[in-house]
Design a protein around this ligand. Structure first.
Ligand SMILES: [Zn+2]
Length: 274
């Protein structure tokens, strides 16, 4: 786009530009020359368009904008590739209701220290009662890392098993991902395929984040050898346990409703002021 502007030809005047006493066009905005004189072999002197400060800044802004757009395209592609269940895409730190600040902080730290986590293949096991928000926190991490251009897959082990059994030639290439989130482990059957998938992730040194309604002791001491084999592998990668308790009480709801009411009242007041 910009290279075409600077061929051996005089600059096209813009509003505010003027000529100096040598007839050189000067930028009306930054007061730098927009042309220089070039001596030709045949003895002629011609004017050549050169960049003034504004042109350089425009070009830098253009390139910055282009790089930003390319990165956003990449992020959108990563999200389409890694998060197939649309419900997961809205689960982001921005939508956190702050019910569990300790858990939120740990999740944010995981994202902040991602390079170290990736290097050592460290992951997380989220346990706790139904409704506490285990999947929410796991997806917050996934979405925040995707925003940074990290290749994350969010899925269920049961879905991976089903896909691999149904379509042997074309299953998801787990090794392509930097982080895998398995939501709700424990509902899948303890099949050889389930073990193979978990083993693939383990051998590929990919950090693993899992959520489960099982307790940590149930994962560590399963009733069957087949299940234990799977959970042992998972816990080796999803090694850091975070318990997510259900803390939302009637009091919390009442407090939140009061806050919402106040927000509406204050906003309406602002509107009438304007
Ligand atoms: Zn200028």
């Amino acid at each position: 786009m910009f290279d075409n502007l600077f061929k051996d030809a005089p600059a096209i005047p813009r509003a505010g530009d003027f000529k100096n006493d040598q007839g050189i066009l000067i930028c009306g905005k930054c007061r730098q020359a927009r042309e220089c004189l070039v001596n030709c072999p045949d003895g002629r002197t011609v004017k050549k368009h050169i960049r003034c400060q504004c042109d350089t800044e425009d070009e830098e802004n253009y390139l910055r904008r282009k790089r930003h757009e390319e990165f956003q395209d990449r992020v959108a592609k990563l999200r389409r590739l890694g998060i197939t269940d649309e419900a997961y895409t809205a689960q982001r730190f921005e939508n956190d209701d702050g019910r569990n600040p300790d858990v939120t902080e740990k999740c944010k730290q995981y994202v902040a220290k991602w390079d170290k986590m990736r290097e050592h293949y460290f992951g997380i096991t989220f346990t706790g009662a139904v409704g506490g928000g285990k999947s929410f926190y796991a997806c917050c991490i996934a979405n925040a890392l995707i925003d940074r251009g990290v290749k994350v897959l969010v899925t269920r082990l049961s879905d991976l098993v089903r896909n691999r059994v149904q379509d042997k030639g074309d299953f998801v290439k787990l090794r392509d991902f930097d982080l895998i989130v398995l939501d709700d482990i424990g509902i899948e059957g303890a099949t050889q395929t389930a073990y193979n998938i978990v083993d693939d992730i383990y051998r590929a040194n990919i950090p693993l984040i899992v959520t489960t309604n099982l307790s940590l002791s149930q994962l560590k001491e399963s009733t069957s050898i087949e299940k234990q084999r799977i959970y042992d592998r998972i816990l080796q990668r999803a090694s850091y346990p975070i318990k997510v308790d259900v803390t939302i009480s009637r009091l919390d709801i009442a407090r939140k409703n009061a806050k919402k009411t106040q927000d509406i009242l204050l906003n309406e007041e602002n509107i009438t002021k304007e």
